[in-house]
Design a protein around this ligand. Sequence first.
Ligand code: PEP
Length: 248
Amino acid sequence: MRKKLIAGNWKMNKTINEALLFVNQLIPLVKDTDAEVVICPTSLCLSDVARAVTNTNIKIGAQNMYYKESGAFTGEISPRSLTEIGIEYVILGHSERRQYFKESNDDVNKKVISALNIGLMPILCVGETLEERASGKAFDIINKQMSECLQGIESLRLDGLVIAYEPIWAIGTGKTATKEDANEIIAYIRKLISEKLGGSIAENIRILYGGSVKSSNIKELMEMSDIDGALVGGASLDSVEFSEIVKY
Ligand code: PEP
């Protein structure tokens, strides 16, 4: 049985003080939930937020990292500095990083390998654009992203790997994929994982849906057979709304 995972991606929102206020509100609201709760603040907030959730059921993820351990890479975030402060997850290949910072599948692949090697659990994002969906290419695009981003990971420890299916046209737009469409692509992702990494990993891996998830649509999405949780952007910025999503 896969444990549901609800992760909040704050993107470039909240200062350290705002982040601390948020977590102090969220802690009591989600303390009895059955789902795994992850929040992904900006990199500058990670350390303070990680300290604030010590001994609670809230886990912390980064929104990005570089694939090298250390070195002359000005402005980048080292995976080792994340594990040192207790960060457990890292979002990789988010469509905003692909679109605005030109991250390729190859870049994402290096980061996935680096994260798995150091013991960070990647939340690997894949998803198609509206044009790709309209021209019937959604499955091909997902197939390409999955195979290129997960190249060469067969021999690594994969227990922590999480995939997030995020159709780009549904992110921050208020448009959600229908629960049937989301489940169909997520089932397809599970089939790809099974072919590449074997049935037991496919059965256990958690695959999330992301794209305009809110407290009003989470329940129907979570009822679908293959959807194991959600990556939530805008609606994760309000502690009460986010707690309602967690407790759907
Ligand atoms: C996201 O940023 O991953 C996301 C799904 O955003 P939103 O929920 O705002 O669509």
